[in-house]
Design a protein around this ligand. Structure first.
Ligand SMILES: *[C@@H]1O[C@H](CO)[C@@H](O)[C@H](O)[C@H]1NC(C)=O
Ligand SMILES: *[C@@H]1O[C@H](CO)[C@@H](O)[C@H](O)[C@H]1NC(C)=O
Length: 334
């Protein structure tokens, strides 16, 4: 028997006005899937199910400009391979803002992947993925800082609605599509409880926010939260990355004359090539190794910084970062 993980997701923007504990009957519209989306227990429980014919989805009645939105989500238990439970906030139109959480199912006992992305003004490409091997209740997963000063748009002007859906993506979701959905287990069900919003609601084209002080928008991540953020799990294998082939003609390399046991090593790298690997390594099959690989890109497109750490010959600790100007991604020390 697999344990049913209960993931508590806090989606924080800023600001709140009122604590609204919305019951699902009054807080959301069931938008598709017919009978596969249903509210019960006097509005306290919402369930979506997926069968061979269709999935299902719902959306919040309210739009929010900023806020704190709470939801308890119980993702599909057992063999959930090929299923995707999407939970996201989005505004409308081609220049939309969007904050995505997608739970990619897996075979029984194998870890879910939480796939996240942030769109601002229609531009995404800010994927980060996390293995969910254990409960993440109360664990901050991702921070998207406001660095408008560096030219990165921030989602602060367009009201968003909350959406969630359960659907099938067996062509790509689980191990890149290798593991298909086992329809003998259908219908698959995801459950939702304790929907709550502390938010600046968007009403009649205006955001209504309180001006009172000392609310949660004055809080930052405390040091405990910062520490938890560093768990950051492992970023999954990115198909694109694994397909990169080395330069057909030749590369070049150098190594230090010295070996170091511990230390601080400085280097300025001005990357002009396709893959710049910068790493420290010991020798032999049980080697320790610290890798930084800078994967080049077309002009104006972000570099990808690919990192890994081997200890005693064992790696699998990949983390990837887009090197926009978002300095948060550079906080990768462990
Ligand atoms: C499923 O489990 C396998 C094996 O542990 C892992 O490689 C994969 O990334 C997991 N998640 C998904 C969504 O494929
Ligand atoms: C290059 O830019 C594209 C488009 O922004 C992005 O999808 C890709 O991940 C970037 N990095 C690499 C290494 O391809």
């Amino acid at each position: 028997m697999t344990k049913l993980p209960f993931f508590l997701i806090f989606t924080h923007f800023f600001f709140l006005l009122q604590v609204v504990s919305a019951d699902f009957s009054s807080g959301v519209d069931l938008t598709w899937g017919g009978e596969r989306a249903k509210v019960s227990e006097n509005g306290r429980l919402l369930q979506l199910s997926l069968d061979k014919v269709s999935g299902a989805g719902f959306q919040s009645k309210q739009e929010y400009l900023f806020g704190k939105i709470d939801m308890q989500i119980k993702v599909v238990p057992g063999n959930s391979a090929g299923t995707v439970t999407a939970y996201y906030l989005s505004s409308q139109g081609p220049m939309h803002d969007e904050i995505d959480f997608e739970f990619l199912g897996n075979a029984s006992g194998e870890p879910y992947i939480l796939h996240t992305n942030v769109y601002t003004q229609g531009k995404g490409n800010r994927e980060q993925q996390f293995y969910l091997c254990f409960s993440v209740d109360g664990t901050p997963i991702r921070v998207f800082r406001n660095v408008e000063g560096l030219g990165v748009p921030y989602p602060k002007n367009q009201p968003m609605r909350l959406y969630s859906s359960l659907w099938c993506a067996e062509e790509w979701a689980t191990r890149g599509g290798l593991i298909k959905t086992d329809w003998t287990q259908a219908p698959f069900t995801a459950s939702y409880r304790n929907f709550g919003s502390d938010a600046c609601m968007w009403l009649a084209g205006k955001s209504s926010c309180s001006s009172s002080k000392g609310r949660w928008w004055d809080q930052g991540l405390d040091s405990e939260g910062e520490k938890k953020l560093k768990w950051r799990a492992k970023v999954s294998e990115n198909g694109l990355l694994l397909q990169l082939s080395p330069d057909k003609v030749s590369g070049a390399g150098f190594q230090s004359k010295q070996e170091y046991l511990f230390g601080k090593i400085n280097m300025q790298i001005n990357s002009a090539s396709t893959v710049t690997a910068y790493y420290q390594s010991s020798q032999g099959p049980m080697l320790d190794e610290i890798d930084f690989e800078f994967l080049g890109n077309a002009s104006g497109e972000p570099y990808m910084l690919y990192t890994n750490v081997y200890t005693q010959g064992k790696g699998n600790r990949e983390q990837q970062f887009y090197l926009w100007t978002e300095r948060e991604f550079l906080q990768i020390s462990e």
